[in-house]
Design a protein around this ligand. Sequence first.
Ligand code: DAT
Ligand code: MG
Length: 149
Amino acid sequence: MERTFVMVKPDGVQRGFVGDIIKRFEQKGLKIVGLKMLQISQELASKHYGEHQGKPFFEGLIKYITSSPVVAMVLEGKDCISLARGMMGATDPKKAAPGTIRETFGIDIGRNVIHGSDSAASAAREISLFFDDQELMCYELSLASWVYE
Ligand code: DAT
Ligand code: MG
């Protein structure tokens, strides 16, 4: 089983999509092992988006992600890093496949509603940036054998 970091961004929270987005991951069969609301600090934002420092959209991205609370979560499941990215859709909502979260809820690339880790290395890094070990739950989902063969 794999873990990934997913976050409903400030626009997703403000527009009332927290429940809808969490519901999609629950319905898929992924297990929520960590969940919290927080307001991202400048420092955390710069660390989280460190790879984009120096790009033309960086300042706007930091301003947006720190502008209002987010809902951060850690999901667990088979191949859940790529699975969650697939459910989110392409970075630019205009290019996201029909039915994906970004295509359903977004228009502009800078207001794309959700974040998800893009690799095992990013997932490990982002999970440890946002969550302490004791905030991550270890438990069995009783329906697991009805999700996995
Ligand atoms: P993703 O969030 O799909 O992993 P990314 O890591 O390339 O995409 O970029 C991080 C975020 O930065 C992305 O969700 C939205 C914003 N962003 C990326 N490229 C952008 C651009 N060309 N203009 C404005 N915002 C951009
Ligand atoms: Mg990324």
